[in-house]
Design a protein around this ligand. Structure first.
Ligand code: SAM
Length: 278
């Protein structure tokens, strides 16, 4: 019988956010897989727990994942923790969960701190429908394509960002969505210097031009107002599909993505795209 992989959320800034269930799961696990064993050892010390730790992080997951899976298949219980927040949300864990799912190892996610959800909740922007965008790529082309794909997004968008990249990101967001679009900049959530600034992209750019950003940020961006979203046209979707194919996507995938983004029927777009290439 396989063991179980627990995804154990850890505080994003306030040790008071450790739940009884988190404490108990860590205490009961056979071993703990940690993004940074030094960070997690501090947490375990705080909980007066001594547990075997193995390292599982971005640059060793290809080797470490199968080893952890082997132990799980042999019946051990593993608690996965990352440096802060919910494992597998923009940090290592996603691949390990996929490995377990493929191998039939049960995975149990314990609910708890997550910077994205905390920021969304406090943002003051609509929460009924939202998209999680993670970190924007530093690669210029991927970044441009990512932002272009959000042009007509009506849902609230949630981004993670590092302080030293914040000004450049605000500049790019403002160029992509216009300086009047509203944003909530959620900084140092659950920490001593927690701050939520609600302003427009233009105001945010000006604000941070005068003060160097410090701490950890989640950016919550308002979706496009209905009036700003153009009625979907096949021509716009065709242009988008052509750009995606130029970027290397196969026609089928480019059409699927463009149809979804532009809100036009996939079959009609596929036929039009084929016709255009004749
Ligand atoms: N898995 C984590 C979670 O559930 O939130 C996120 C990990 S991701 C590598 C780290 C990013 O989360 C940071 O760069 C920042 O954008 C955001 N973040 C983490 N803690 C935060 C905090 N206390 N306040 C604001 N943003 C935070």
């Amino acid at each position: 019988m396989p063991g179980i992989l627990y995804l154990v959320p850890t505080p994003i800034g306030n040790l008071g956010d450790i739940s009884d269930r988190v404490r108990q799961t860590l205490a009961d696990a056979d071993f703990i897989a940690a993004e940074d064993t030094r960070v997690s050892r501090k947490l375990l010390n705080h909980l007066a727990l001594k547990k075997p730790l193995v390292s599982y992080y971005e640059h060793n997951r290809a080797e470490s994942g199968p080893k952890i899976l082997e132990r799980l298949l042999a019946g051990e219980v593993c608690a996965l923790v990352t440096d802060a927040g919910t494992p597998a949300i923009s940090d290592p864990g996603e691949d390990l969960v996929a490995l377990c799912a493929q191998a039939g190892v049960p995975v149990c996610a314990i609910p708890g701190p997550c910077a994205a959800v905390t920021a969304l909740a406090v943002s003051g922007l609509p929460t009924g429908r939202f998209t999680f965008e993670g970190f924007l790529s530093v690669n210029k082309r991927s970044r441009r394509e990512h932002l272009a794909s959000l042009q007509n997004e009506r849902r609230t968008m949630v981004f993670y960002e590092a302080p030293h990249k914040l000004c450049a990101t605000l500049r790019d967001l403002s160029a992509a969505f216009g300086p009047d679009r509203r944003i909530a900049l959620c900084r140092e959530l659950s920490k001593l210097h927690e701050e939520v600034l609600r302003m427009t992209l233009g105001e945010a750019e000006a604000y941070y031009a005068a003060r160097p950003p410090r701490g950890e940020y989640v950016l919550v961006l308002a979706g496009a107002p209905a009036a700003e979203v153009p009625t979907p046209t096949l021509d716009a979707a065709l242009a988008r599909a052509a750009a995606l194919m130029e970027a290397g996507l196969r026609r089928k995938d480019a059409v699927r993505q463009a149809a979804q983004e532009c809100g036009v029927p996939r079959n009609a777009l596929y036929e039009a795209s084929l016709k255009e290439s004749d």
